[in-house]
Ligand binder design. Structure first.
Ligand SMILES: [Mn+2]
Length: 275
């Protein structure tokens, strides 16, 4: 398992933002996130929603040692002086009813949203982002269709239409349909980005940090900074702020050449004790 191999030493950042971890599901790369948290320290840690996937509670709850490790490392950071803010998303919305009470559990503060001021004085609105679903027409599940999927669709298309032809049916293009879907996804993401930015602008912020759509991004929209910290299911990305206020998207899996095919070993002894 490559995620636990000793890499470079721990890095310190002013702030770290992660979201859409989906702990409790099999698809969550808790092993990669545990590795990131073990090798990263920060003054402020923002958990920007969908950290625990409560929707899976009643269906197939999946929780292994890597999931434990993520929870342990977050609480350890809080104990060691990191200010941890947990902003619930739509998958951990059961926590939302508690945000009004100023609750802190093990040093982790629950909040509906947060304001982060960077070292160079920029004020950023930190939200999960699902409030903008209706404006952007974002509907789950919404996967980005990659190049390989498109190639697969083309191949499938050939066989599909051979079959349709034999059945006396007219030609119907899967690839054209797939292309149309990709266009629709791109449009939806654009609308989501514009909607969150418009909200931040309306409230006088310099930018917005969100998650929710599992699409890491950092760009300027109409003079406003839009940042999406991505997710820990597909892209395994985090947003970090350096000491001088510089913001950077870190692609942890790509950076460490982790293989998505390798799954963490389940035996407890394989995981180094961190606490
Ligand atoms: Mn979400």
């Amino acid at each position: 398992m490559n995620a636990y191999s000793p890499g470079h030493a721990a890095r310190h950042y002013r702030a770290v933002f992660v979201s859409d971890v989906h702990l409790g599901t099999r698809d969550c790369r808790a092993d990669f996130l545990a590795d990131f948290l073990r090798r990263t320290t920060c003054d402020q840690l923002y958990l920007v929603g969908d950290i625990i996937d409560g929707w899976h509670l009643r269906r197939s709850w999946h929780w292994d040692e890597a999931h434990n490790e993520v929870a342990r490392l977050i609480f350890r950071a809080a104990r060691n002086g990191t200010e941890v803010t947990y902003i619930p998303g739509n998958h951990d919305e059961m926590l939302r009813r508690w945000v009004g009470f100023g609750i802190e559990v093990g040093g982790v503060r629950l909040a509906g949203e947060a304001v982060h001021v960077t070292a160079d004085g920029r004020r950023l609105l930190v939200i999960h982002g699902d409030a903008f679903d209706s404006v952007s027409n974002y509907a789950r599940p919404l996967a980005i269709v990659g190049d390989y999927a498109y190639a697969a669709a083309l191949a499938l298309n050939r066989w599909f239409n051979v079959a349709r032809n034999r059945l006396g049916l007219s030609y119907w293009s899967i690839s054209a349909w797939a292309k149309h879907q990709v266009k629709r996804v791109v449009k939806t993401i654009d609308r989501f980005e514009e909607a969150t930015c418009a909200e931040a602008a309306r409230r006088g912020f310099d930018g917005v940090v969100c998650g929710h759509i599992h699409h890491a991004e950092m760009r300027e929209i109409d003079g406003l900074l839009y940042i999406n910290d991505g997710d820990w299911v597909e892209s395994c990305t985090a947003l970090v702020e350096h000491a001088d206020g510089r913001l950077e998207l870190v692609e942890w899996a790509a950076l460490n050449s982790f293989s998505f095919l390798a799954r963490p070993r389940r035996r407890r002894a394989e995981v180094p004790e961190a606490v």
